[in-house]
Design a protein around this ligand. Structure first.
Ligand code: AMP
Length: 185
């Protein structure tokens, strides 16, 4: 199964992604993690990436798209993709990549959660890009692109109530994907 996780920063994708990937027996491809690894590598590129990420801004498509397609190439039959696309342009790039390989997405799992809750969660998490200013910037970036992404994936979107304890949300997500796969089959 090829699943995309769509949701605001702090909506729980990073917690549920690895668990859902284990459930489905596919790799979890988290773009933020790939970028953080590069940023921590000590390279000149990594230093530039770190600055952009610390401001809560999006890293350029020239960097993110090859990172994602490189990771997906190894697992086209199934993956849980988290953090990409974040814009319509990235969605088009992903479509083009998967379309060339006849590997369309099966489901887009949309994490729904009130913005006050994600703000609180991100501030509590205390990651280096989780200061109040960058949290605001990251949520604003998400909000600016959310509708276009949902529209882009209309027909594939599976709604998930992402509020609650991780185990509860996981059970709901697993049920929603199972149901979607049955309905789609
Ligand atoms: P995340 O862990 O998904 O919240 O991502 C952390 C940071 O990595 C974001 O705030 C962006 O700076 C960068 N990032 C992650 N995914 C993307 C993407 N698809 N396009 C551009 N930048 C990204």
């Amino acid at each position: 199964m090829r699943v995309l996780l769509l949701g605001a920063p702090g909506s729980g994708k990073g917690t549920q992604g690895p668990r859902l990937a284990r459930l489905l027996g596919v790799p979890h491809v988290a773009v933020g993690d790939l970028l953080r690894t590069e940023a921590a590598s000590g390279s000149a590129l990594g230093a530039r990436l770190g600055e952009v990420m610390a401001r809560g801004e999006l890293v350029s498509d020239e960097l993110t798209t090859p990172l994602v397609t490189g990771a997906l190439r190894a697992s086209l039959s199934g993956f849980v993709l988290d953090g990409y696309p974040r814009t319509r342009v990235q969605a088009d790039a992903l479509d083009a990549f998967l379309g060339r390989r006849a590997a369309p997405l099966d489901a887009v799992l949309r994490f729904r959660i009130p913005s006050e809750v994600v703000t609180e969660r991100l501030l509590a998490r205390g990651r280096v890009d989780d200061t109040s200013e960058t949290v605001r910037a990251r949520l604003a970036t998400w909000a600016a692109h959310e509708d276009a992404l949902i529209e882009h994936y209309r027909g594939l979107v599976v709604e998930l109530d992402a509020l609650g304890a991780p185990d509860e949300v996981f059970d709901r997500a697993a049920d929603a994907l199972r149901e979607h796969a049955t309905v789609a089959a």
